[in-house]
Design a protein around this ligand. Sequence first.
Ligand SMILES: Nc1ncnc2c1ncn2[C@@H]1O[C@H](COP(=O)(O)OP(=O)(O)OP(=O)(O)O)[C@@H](O)[C@H]1O
Length: 595
Amino acid sequence: MVTPQSPEFIPSRVNSSPNFYSPYSVISGGLTPLKQSNTPILGSNNYSTTPNKGRSLLRGDSPLSSGDSPKQTPQSSPPPPASGVATGIHQENVGGTTYFYPTSANHASSQASTVGSEQALSSHSNSQSLNYPHPGHVYPGPASNVIGMQPRTQLSSAFFIPDEMRNDILTKNEISNLVDTNPNSDLEEIDNYHSLYPLETPLSHSKLILSSTYKATHNSTGIKYCLRRLHGFRLQSKKCLTVVDQWKRLQHSNVVQLKEVFTTKGFGDQSALVLVYDYHPGSQTLLAKYFTPTNENSGYTDPFQGDARPFSHKSNVQRIPNGPLLQETEIWAIIMQLTAGLRAIHQAGLACRTLDPTKIIITGKRVRFSFLGISDIVYFDPNQTNQMNAISNYQQEDLTSLGKLVLALACRCYQSVHEDKIQSSMQYVTRNYSSDLKNLILYLLTTTATRRCVTDLMPMIGARFYTQLDALQTQCDKQEDELAKELENGRLYRMLVKLGCINERPEFNLDATWSETGDRYMLKLFRDYLFHMITEDGRPWLDHAHILQCLNKLDAGTTEKVNLMSRDEQSVLVVTYAELKHCLEQSFAELTSNV
Ligand SMILES: Nc1ncnc2c1ncn2[C@@H]1O[C@H](COP(=O)(O)OP(=O)(O)OP(=O)(O)O)[C@@H](O)[C@H]1O
């Protein structure tokens, strides 16, 4: 008995198909139902291959040769008209079954037309061919360097991406697709954007300038963006648009890119300035992630409140209201990303000016500066004569802010950076972390020294940089392997799309029998062979490996032969995968030429 091996499969029984006739087989009838693996062979007309005769052809590709071999479900199949047998086909009757063997002339014409159909498909499928040109391109399985990184779970992980990665992606998709169901929402469409979805809780009126954040979809491209609306804000001078252009040009993996800026009255109140940024679903601010009290820590005392000193030992798992003390490696990972982003900003002649945990977002492990450029617009001074000097000062302030942020992260408490607490906070860092981390913070917070530069932090980061690089490259290796699997899945999916477009098509070109005759009949039987096998006692035989193997052979167009049994089990067609591939291409080309 063959048991289904993959949980992805839903058992299904073969449906009876509408009446059809087969031009491929002529049956003398009365044959006992046959097992797939030892079936007599019936070659088909129209199928091109080197002529083969007799039992030597019995090498089907079926992996099912045991006593539990599945078979194709019997279906009634009226005998085809004799006209269905094309010329150039040799036929022979053996043991009551007529076999058809195509000639080599047919083979040649088939090959020629395959090329033609491939071209048609390539152009039809928007420059991405639906074909798979070379069997050597098939995914060979995971590389040895990534196999150890993969969780050893079920068989499905060999074919599909791991659950964790899938869930991450699905969560992001879900967040990205959220729609505002509030019936009172008046945010239908603003400028070129629609489906606005608020990304923050009600407005904080303590802000100097009221602002709101939305996810929105661009009207023409459908791409989602993050919109920052500055309520009632009017541009004082168009001169500041120069700096907006500079921000728009800044592209870096640790920076949320500014896309465009526009003014609108679409929000119903006074005019608003809207800044459009890249949207990164599932992001959290650093404030929310690291500086927000968590329930699990209730009962612990804030080390920066009152006289409590719960950090008198060097444990790295001390708990404070915002969660456990961070591992030093986590802090360095954030530092490396922030310094990378800041370096790019400063090198572009810009300054962040809002380097605080409310304006830095974290998505998974990626840290990005968000809402850049707002200060440059809001506080733009048209009378500023020495712009360069001003930027230089802002850059110095950025470095001080970075020092405070790292200190706050190390203490896991944002209050730790208050003037009167800095000294005790530094002692805290000295007790719990390396001298490199302490020196980095000291460097950043020492404003009296000569002009500081973000690149000067590199020696303090030191060899940790290599650790980070290694982690990233390892991650790339894993993702590349997943991509290779998905490439396979995409390829197989495209083949299934073709098959699905052809199989059971009720009518084509006013021909109601199109999908049941000619090449299409062969594909129908192949579809049965792929999906509708049953065991001896009539239960569905589901084997993912069988389906994959057959689809791959089909895609590669191998010369291996496959035995396809008619649904009434009275005939068996023997074809090569190359011939089947030709059928598929030819039939699909017919369809696409008529769309
Ligand atoms: N580019 C972005 N893509 C996706 N989400 C973002 C992006 N930028 C910010 N967010 C998210 O939007 C939410 C709101 O951000 P916002 O900065 O408005 O927060 P806030 O706490 O309200 O700050 P503020 O008080 O300055 O308005 C946060 O959860 C943040 O993670």
